[in-house]
Design a protein. Structure first.
Length: 122
């Protein structure tokens, strides 16, 4: 599955994380930035999702494209690092363009994930 093409589509994404104690969190997340077919990046705030992946680097991301049917993907991922500088700035600027002026100010981390496994929605 070509992720760059899939994430060009509009849709809804859900990221699931778990803290070190096993408590689970789910959150609506935007489409990731695709670095390559094995690496994805999301902008994150200092919320529960970011706190969880710092304790437990494994997460799951589900993306369903808009429209009828069940086109999309389920991706098991592992955080490999956070980035600052150019990558974080690009994500902040993109957030301002998509969500609205100033929205990118909330993004405090560019979090890089390695893909462990990908499966279709159905």
């Amino acid at each position: 599955m070509e992720l760059t093409r899939l994430f060009e589509s509009y849709g809804i994404g859900v990221m699931a994380t778990a803290a070190a104690d096993g408590s689970v969190n789910t959150a609506i997340y935007a489409r990731p930035h695709v670095l390559d077919e094995n690496t994805l990046v999301w902008g994150m705030t200092d919320g529960r999702t970011f706190r969880n992946i710092r304790e437990n680097p494994f997460a799951s991301f589900l993306f369903k494209t808009s429209g009828q049917g069940f086109t999309g993907v389920r991706i098991q991922i592992k955080m490999v690092r956070t980035e600052e500088g150019e990558m974080l700035q690009r994500i902040k600027e993109h957030t301002n363009e998509v969500v609205g002026p100033g929205a990118g100010d909330a993004i405090t981390h560019a979090v890089v994930f390695a893909i462990i496994e990908m499966r279709p929605l159905l």
